[in-house]
Ligand binder design. Structure first.
Ligand SMILES: [Ca+2]
Ligand SMILES: [Ca+2]
Ligand SMILES: [Ca+2]
Length: 258
């Protein structure tokens, strides 16, 4: 999609948000009215044209037509990150779907307990922010063993994450590992994550955002390895990586399309 078309899509979103209201209250209208091109690269989230089978295989046509998000940059430590990360987003009437394909030579998970601190092992992370009238945002995480973590942050810097993990999105994650998970000393090649999040898991939301409106997303990844002194932290954000994962002003606007 070229820049002109994105501009048109955003303009349509603005018009829909103001003129037609939205399908589920003020949150979407706010998001639709507030697309900020300065916040970073704009992505498109196209609707699925068939069912998504949550099996860790991205062979559904919807994933083929989903936009490829592969500009991940190293956040910490400094240096070159040698492994590719590709994310994709799609949606249907009931769910938002997120897929990650991660190259990784040592696949490891920190815990099998839901809402545990999973970033002590490999994880993929999706942060979601919508609605300008609230500082609230969401963190959704999957480890390569399929264990999930989800938290609703009332605002940035709200203290210990354990206060905010009792919130449940209803997310599910299925992962296919290429190699031998949690077995250091041999060579893995990576893993593929397929995540489904019900729209009803988000506050004030009971249906997909109106076509043409946008939410903002940050996509992240921790990569631990046997030979790493500290995990590699990578992010999709194009702006202000020094601010970290909770800097939602830098998240990508993602426009929902049919
Ligand atoms: Ca699948
Ligand atoms: Ca939770
Ligand atoms: Ca790893």
């Amino acid at each position: 999609m070229n820049a002109m078309r994105i501009g048109c899509v955003l303009m349509i979103g603005v018009l829909l948000g103001i003129g037609a209201g939205c399908r589920h209250g003020g949150l979407d209208a706010q998001a639709g009215e507030s697309v900020d091109l300065s916040a970073g690269r704009v992505y498109i989230c196209r609707s699925a044209d068939g069912p998504i089978v949550l099996d860790g295989e991205l062979d559904e046509p919807a994933w083929q037509r989903a936009q490829r998000i592969d500009r991940f940059r190293l956040f910490r430590p400094e240096g070159l990150y040698p492994y590719t990360t590709v994310a994709r987003l799609t949606w249907d009437d009931t769910h938002l779907y997120v897929a990650f394909d991660c190259a990784d030579n040592d696949v490891r998970s920190a815990s099998t307990m839901h809402d545990d601190y999973l970033a002590a092992g490999d994880v993929v992370e999706l942060y979601v922010k919508y609605g300008e009238d609230s500082p609230q945002y969401y963190e959704l995480v999957s480890a390569p063993n399929g264990t999930t973590f989800d938290a609703r942050w009332p605002h940035r810097g709200a203290g210990d994450f354990k206060q905010w993990t009792p919130w449940e999105s209803g997310m599910r994650s299925v992962v296919k590992v290429r190699g031998t998970a949690d077995t250091p000393g041999d060579m893995d090649t990576g893993y593929t994550v397929e995540i489904a999040i019900p729209w009803s898991g988000f506050d004030g939301v009971d249906a997909p955002p109106a076509v043409g409106t946008a939410w903002t997303f940050g996509l992240f990844r921790y990569d631990h390895g046997a030979g790493f002194n500290e995990p590699y932290l990578t992010m999709s954000l194009s702006e202000s990586p020094a601010h970290g994962f909770h800097y939602y002003e830098g998240y990508h606007p993602v426009v929902f399309e049919r």
